[in-house]
Design a binder for this molecule. Sequence first.
Ligand SMILES: [Zn+2]
Length: 102
Amino acid sequence: MAVERESFYQCEVKRRRVRASGGYEPFWKVKTIAEALEDNDTEFRCMNCGGAVKVFKRSPEGGQETHIGHKFKSDSEYCSAGMYFLKATDGRVARQSSSPVH
Ligand SMILES: [Zn+2]
C-alpha cells in the first residue's frame, strides 16, 4: 500500500515591498509552489500554521505534480491542513507552528 503523504500546492513565500516610510519590508504572499519555483522564490512556509515545509519536485518521469508538505510532523499534527491533524480523532484544536518561519 502506498504511503500516505501530505501534499499541498499552495504556500506562502517571502517577498519584499517598499515601505511607505522608506526602505523595504518583508511580507508573505500566497502562491502555488509551482509558481513560486518559477519565480525563483527561496523562502516558503505553510500558509495555515506558518511552519517549515519541504518541497517535492515533480520528477521528469511524471507522477505527482510539484507539491509541499510539512517538514516537521509536530506541525502536521496541529496544523488545520495537516495530514495528522485531519486524521486525529481526539478533538484537538489547530494551532500555529511552535517554530514558525519568520
Ligand atoms: Zn501547516
